[in-house]
Design a protein around this ligand. Structure first.
Ligand code: SAM
Length: 280
């Protein structure tokens, strides 16, 4: 299988494949790590899996062996004929050429409940995760390899240095769990940064109630706009919001928070309460 480094190296030579930096291509060549991804995602024959960026099929081969059905969406045209060969013995895999950010996932997978799995291209990790979460894609879970620091930010709690808008977004839509740390030598070519596998179990119902989630996320974005700013100044100076300093101070008082508090101290629950007070 391609997860054996020698097989991947031979395939690269056979197909005369050249890595495209612009697509964030780092292929996984470690069976043990692939096993951890499959275990974290809890893939069974009952499952339909959507894989983002199958590359040459290193992870896809294992997904196909463990899942009922696999949809694999790959942007690099040159990889499509290669994937048709490396996955030719699996009848349960559908290869789709396309950009995941422009793919109608619900239509492609006919509304089936999905487990999303990927060794993500690092250059667009956050846009991909945010579009899956905010787009309310029909997913039970999202299990992805990302840059280690990104995984830490996604799972961080209030008051820690890694806590920010991405932590709040991930935790509003899901329950994150850091499944494994992965060193650079598990990939060809080796990335310059460390990686980690994170699994997000999608909440059936968000953990907090808020009247307007879009407005709450604008407030969150404003609050983390500049690290040294207080939340009050961040919101007041945020062009899309048009909220006075007094209104922010008043709302903070109602929630029982200090006027000089910084965004990184607030819990999701507190942002939801502020949002309900400040929203119109
Ligand atoms: N899954 C393979 C593996 O683990 O060996 C490849 C992972 S590699 C880190 C990321 C893959 O995502 C590449 O094959 C790249 O071409 C593909 N990709 C990059 N941007 C994409 C996009 N917007 N939509 C779909 N695939 C994309």
């Amino acid at each position: 299988m391609l997860s054996n480094p020698r097989v991947t190296i031979d395939a690269i030579k056979k197909y005369n494949f050249t890595f495209q930096k612009k697509f964030g291509q780092n292929f996984l060549i470690d069976d043990h790590v692939i096993g951890k991804i499959i275990a974290a995602a809890e893939i069974t024959k009952e499952d339909t899996v959507l894989e983002i960026g199958p590359g040459m099929g290193n992870l896809t081969q294992h997904l196909a062996e463990n899942a009922g059905k696999v949809y694999a969406v790959e942007i690099d045209k040159k990889l499509i004929p290669i994937l048709h060969e490396t996955l030719s013995s699996y009848e349960n895999v559908e290869i789709i050429e396309g950009d995941i950010l422009k793919t109608d996932i619900g239509a492609l997978t006919e509304g089936r409940k999905l487990k999303i799995v990927a060794n993500l291209p690092y250059y667009i990790t956050t846009p991909i995760i945010m579009s899956l979460l905010e787009g309310h894609v029909p997913a039970e879970s999202i299990t992805v390899m990302v840059q280690k620091e990104v995984a830490e930010r996604m799972a961080a709690g209030p008051g820690t240095k890694d806590y920010g808008a991405i932590s709040l977004a991930v935790q509003y839509y899901s329950e994150p769990y850091l499944a494994a740390n992965v060193p650079p030598n598990c990939f060809i070519p080796r990335p310059v940064v460390g990686s980690a596998v994170i699994r997000m179990k999608i909440h059936e119902k968000p953990p907090v109630q808020v009247k307007d989630e879009k407005f709450m996320f604008k407030l969150i974005k404003a609050s983390f706009g500049e690290r040294r700013k207080t939340l009050q100044n961040g919101i007041y100076n945020f062009p899309e919001l048009d909220i006075s300093k007094e209104a922010v101070a008043d709302a903070l008082n109602k929630v029982g928070l200090d006027e000089r508090i910084r965004g990184e101290k607030l819990t999701l629950e507190e942002f939801a309460r502020l949002s309900d007070i400040l929203g119109r």
